[in-house]
Design a protein around this ligand. Structure first.
Ligand code: PLP
Length: 347
């Protein structure tokens, strides 16, 4: 797969876009309660955030039914992806990922001499768990599972993934990135966190950047066995790099059902509209289980992205499986309309 990273795309996008559909953010967040709590937290923001860190860790651990020693928080899930990459692939070990999948962890690992083994997706654009398992050998340091997968927005069968994690985690570390799990109808049922409770040696990463709308506020966490958390802690500066303001917002927003349901509803309405636009213009798409949609283009991806950008619409392109693809993040309805307007001129 060829693609520019999410970071590159965001850095090279001009400010003031009509539609910012390039980084899988949630423009419906953060919630009103989170914003109020953050404004109030400004007054005490001269204090170090130890207390709020403990409070939020306690809240999350209680909700998930794990001990606090099974949890690590950081400024987004990115530093935790990086810590895992460093710890588990050190000494030239390999990392196995889907292709295409979210490339931040393996790209980072490669910079430190890890070997990146890419396993093509199945014909229906899902992670090919059987083929990934077949690649595990004595040099494997980590298997990275992104579920739902970015950039295809596909999910794998929960029971199948559980069985995979149970088997493969006996041979190597399995890292399950659940950044988009909040977009599924029942995130807890689809999560692999339950396996950690029953003793499996896997890491599950979560983030507030997506459905919670905290991408700019920076907060994520990982859940794993206590010795794994200890190892990740030694490879990150976790515990000291989340702001008290962000933590106050997260304490107000965590599992705030009304907001989450509403953001999901708005996301799905924009997504249905996007589907209708694509259908009308004669395009297919991969049915999406997250806040972005991938569809095959009828022109070069780079050219398409450039033409859309000229019209004030930021999207991303990929090439895989012999096709050029566009990934559209789901935005507000006015942004989806701006996409439709520009897209009509090009299709
Ligand atoms: N994991 C996946 C699958 C992502 O798509 C992203 C960002 O787009 C991240 C992790 C990183 O998110 P953050 O560091 O904001 O938690």
């Amino acid at each position: 797969a060829r693609a520019v990273s999410d970071k590159q795309a965001v850095l090279s996008s001009p400010p003031g876009l009509k539609a910012r559909l390039l980084a899988n953010e949630n423009p419906f967040g953060p919630s009103a309660a989170a914003k109020k709590a953050m404004a109030e937290a400004m007054d005490t923001s001269y204090q170090y955030p130890f207390m709020q860190m403990g409070q939020l860790a306690g809240k999350i651990a209680t909700y998930e039914g794990v001990g606090q020693k099974s949890l690590i928080m950081d400024s987004g899930s990115t530093p935790l992806l990086h810590a895992a990459a460093l710890f588990y692939t050190k000494g030239g070990k390999s990392v196995i990922t889907g292709d295409p999948s979210y490339d931040d962890l393996p790209t980072y690992a490669e910079e430190f001499d890890a070997k990146w083994i890419k396993v093509p997706l199945t014909a229906d654009y899902k992670l090919d768990l059987d083929a990934m398992e077949a690649k595990v050998d004595a040099n494997t340091g980590l298997v990275y599972i992104c579920n739902p997968n970015n950039p295809t927005a596909t999910v794998v069968d929960t029971a199948k993934l559980k069985a995979f994690c149970e088997r493969v985690s006996k041979k190597t570390m399995v890292f399950v990135d659940e950044a988009y799990i909040d977009y599924l109808p029942d995130p807890q049922a689809a999560s692999m966190i339950g396996l950690i409770k029953s003793g499996s040696n896997i890491i599950v990463a979560r983030t507030f950047s997506k459905l919670y709308g905290f991408a700019g506020l920076r907060l994520g966490y990982a859940i794993a066995q206590p010795d794994v958390i200890k190892a990740l802690r030694s490879y990150s500066s976790a515990g000291f790099n989340v702001s008290a303001v962000t933590l106050a917002g997260a304490l107000a927003a965590y599992q705030e059902k009304e907001f989450l349901t509403d953001a999901l509803k708005k996301t799905n309405a924009s997504k249905e509209y996007l589907y209708s636009v694509l259908k009308k213009e004669g395009y297919e798409y991969i049915p999406s289980s997250a806040n972005f949609v991938m569809f095959p283009l009828k022109m070069n991806g780079g050219k398409f992205v450039g033409e859309m950008m000229k019209r004030g619409v930021g999207v991303r392109s990929w090439a895989f499986g012999g096709k050029e693809w566009c990934r559209v993040s789901i935005g507000r309805m006015d942004e989806m309309e701006a996409f439709a307007e520009a897209f009509k001129q090009l299709s």
